[in-house]
Design a protein around this ligand. Structure first.
Ligand SMILES: O=P(O)(O)OC[C@@H](O)[C@@H](O)c1c[nH]c2ccccc12
Length: 256
């Protein structure tokens, strides 16, 4: 499934590239104002940091919310105290788009993450051209060499890579990369199975000073407390926010 998602994202990028060639997107990316310092926004604090996600649907959970105005939702996230907004741009299964990302960028002044199945530089340039400050790099989707290349490319553009792991081995690969922001996804992107204890088992492998993000299946305050106790600096939350009053839900999470 993960491979299928990556191949789909790469095919869609290829179609866009027919219309907006590499050099054109590169020029746009380089003309953007400097990316925001996401690590500063996510620095450990006396409350948990929230990366709030604009997410319409997922292959594991189906349709979640219509979200006709992603920029309005993102503004609520910012008003509610989110540190970063994540925008799913994958079109086929998550019903997102780069247009969503651009609209969100215009609406908020906190950092914005492009959430996509990234496998080549072009997608990272597109992210920067649309105003993203961070991109997701999924360890399970990429050979280490490609991961290293895309990681370095992201840094060259002044952006922050969020490196996502789903096992002890993948956390080790993220640490080897020198990642400063590591996400542990409770959901296996190949089987969609949830492992809510994974973060707690691997958190100690992440060196001090690296920001630790617990991703997926945070539905209520109890989950936030559990992740906080296990050492999470931040959580990445989609479903719980798009299916509730986001301001109230954020307030409850930030009170932990
Ligand atoms: O909606 P949730 O369960 O709160 O999950 C958010 C986020 O962690 C999830 O969307 C996610 C984490 N890693 C990903 C990689 C690709 C697509 C989606 C994801």
């Amino acid at each position: 499934m993960l491979d299928q998602l990556l191949q789909g994202s790469l095919e869609d990028a290829k179609s866009r590239r027919q219309i907006r060639p590499y050099a054109a997107v590169e020029a746009e990316a380089l003309a953007r104002p400097t990316a925001l310092d996401a690590l500063a926004h996510l620095a450990p604090a006396d409350h948990i940091r929230v990366i709030a996600e604009v997410k319409r649907a997922s292959p594991s959970r189906g349709d979640l919310a219509e979200i006709a105005e992603p920029h309005a939702l993102a503004s609520q996230y910012e008003a509610g105290g989110a540190s970063v907004v994540s925008v799913l741009t994958e079109e086929r299964k998550f019903k997102g788009s780069l247009d969503d990302l651009e609209a969100v960028r215009k609406a908020v002044s906190i950092p914005v993450l492009r959430k996509e199945f990234i496998g080549e530089e072009y997608q990272i340039l597109e992210a920067r051209a649309a105003g993203a400050d961070l991109v997701l790099l999924i360890v399970a989707a990429l050979p280490q060499e490609t991961l290293e290349r895309l990681y370095a490319f992201t840094l060259e553009l002044g952006m922050t890579p969020l490196v996502e792991a789903h096992s002890a081995d993948e956390v080790a690969r993220s640490v080897d990369l020198g990642a400063q922001l590591i996400g542990v996804n409770a959901r296996d992107l190949s089987t969609f199975e949830l492992d809510r204890d994974l973060f707690g088992r691997v958190a100690d492998q992440i060196p001090a000073g690296v920001i630790r993000v617990a991703e997926s299946a945070v539905l209520g305050v109890d989950d936030v407390v559990r992740y906080r106790e296990a050492g999470a600096d931040a959580i990445l939350v989609g479903e719980a926010l798009v299916t509730s009053d986001p301001i109230a839900t954020l307030a409850s999470f930030l009170s932990v």
